[in-house]
Design a protein around this ligand. Structure first.
Ligand code: GZL
Length: 326
């Protein structure tokens, strides 16, 4: 996370300004007089199993909470998310929430929302704006921590083993908070041990197709690959196809550490194809609806709400499979 965003995190609890409820005439229960709370949600896209689960969580939670949800899918394009936010402003929704596809380039449109007295909630991904008044709160994972967990596993895995460890890295969407932070968290852990070398690192844009394509290129270019670090499971699953098509065994010839913890990755883990998975929880819907109502009412909300998530070994993933929600 950038220093600016971290400064916002340190801002601690922030009382959402009275403007959030007075100028828009918010009634006592945060809804338009006589109507349901209207929430505009600008989603990144449908690029991964994680994203599909996140969308389902938001849509189901809105229904349960009696919130009218206006939903847009930006197909991973920032200009589409900006268009969606402008349309929500035009429609005078009560609250806007979105998962910023990349960290920068949001100030102008968020200033428009602020001038329209529509509070904004960041979900899943952060922005690097210096102006922390542009959003009421950020609900999502700590991606640096996720990267560190992946690095910690790797260091433990190779403790006491001689020789160099050649790592290839499939990065998430260029410029996105999860890609930037998972990369830096991982790098921070391994930089202390010269045996670990990242010999190639390239974006696979969080998709299976791109993950497979880039892994094919890695396999052609790199004489020796010991480990793949994938910033999400979909890229890892695409890479597994490439590894198998090259005649190598994923999880054995090339160890794989990934992030997200979706069901398909747990299945691959139960087959010995992924060696460690750092969970990233997509089920943010219920918390988002609670926050939207509070923010609309001008109630105090934490500036930063971190999602609770763990890590999975193949044994733990196999045991969790039957009840895995996503
Ligand atoms: C992380 C989320 C990432 C997931 C990917 O919170 O933004 O985007 O790790 C998804 O699977 O595409």
């Amino acid at each position: 996370m950038s220093k600016r965003a971290a400064a916002a995190v340190l801002a601690g609890v922030m009382i959402v300004g009275l403007s959030a409820c007075s100028s828009t005439g918010g009634s006592s229960d945060g809804k338009k007089p006589g109507g349901k709370l209207v929430l505009g949600f600008a989603q990144v896209g449908a690029e991964s199993g994680w994203r599909t689960a996140n969308t389902k969580s938001v849509q189901e939670a809105a229904k349960k909470a009696g919130v009218t949800l206006k939903f847009s899918d930006a197909q991973q394009k920032q200009e589409n998310q900006i268009k969606a936010i402008r349309s929500f402003i035009q429609q005078k929704v009560d609250v806007i929430a979105f998962s910023p596809v990349v960290e920068s380039g949001w100030d102008t449109v968020l200033k428009e929302a602020k001038n329209a007295h529509i509070p904004v909630i960041l979900t899943d991904r952060a922005i690097d704006s210096e102006d922390t008044s542009l959003y009421a709160t950020f609900l999502g994972s700590d991606f640096v921590e996720e990267g560190k967990k992946a690095g910690d596993w790797l260091v433990k895995e190779y403790q006491g083993k001689p020789g160099e460890v050649n790592i290839v890295q499939l990065e998430g969407t260029t410029g996105s908070a999860p890609a930037n932070d998972r990369k830096s968290g991982f790098a921070d852990v391994i930089k202390g041990d010269p045996k670990f070398k990242v010999v190639a690192s390239q974006t696979g844009d969080f998709t299976r197709a791109k993950g497979k394509e880039v892994m094919q290129a890695f396999l052609k270019a790199q004489p020796e690959i010991d480990v793949l670090y994938a910033h999400n499971d979909d890229m890892a699953l695409g890479a597994i196809q490439a590894i198998e098509e090259s005649g190598k065994k994923p999880g054995t010839d090339i160890r794989i550490v990934s992030v997200d913890g979706v069901k398909d990755a747990f299945t691959a883990m139960s087959q010995g194809k992924i060696n460690f998975d750092v969970e990233c929880n997509p089920l943010l819907g219920d918390q988002l609806m609670e926050l939207a109502k509070k923010v609309k009412n001008g109630e105090a909300v934490e500036r930063r709400i971190k999602t609770v998530e763990g890590t999975f070994t193949p044994e733990q993933a196999t045991a969790a499979l039957p009840t895995r929600q996503y």
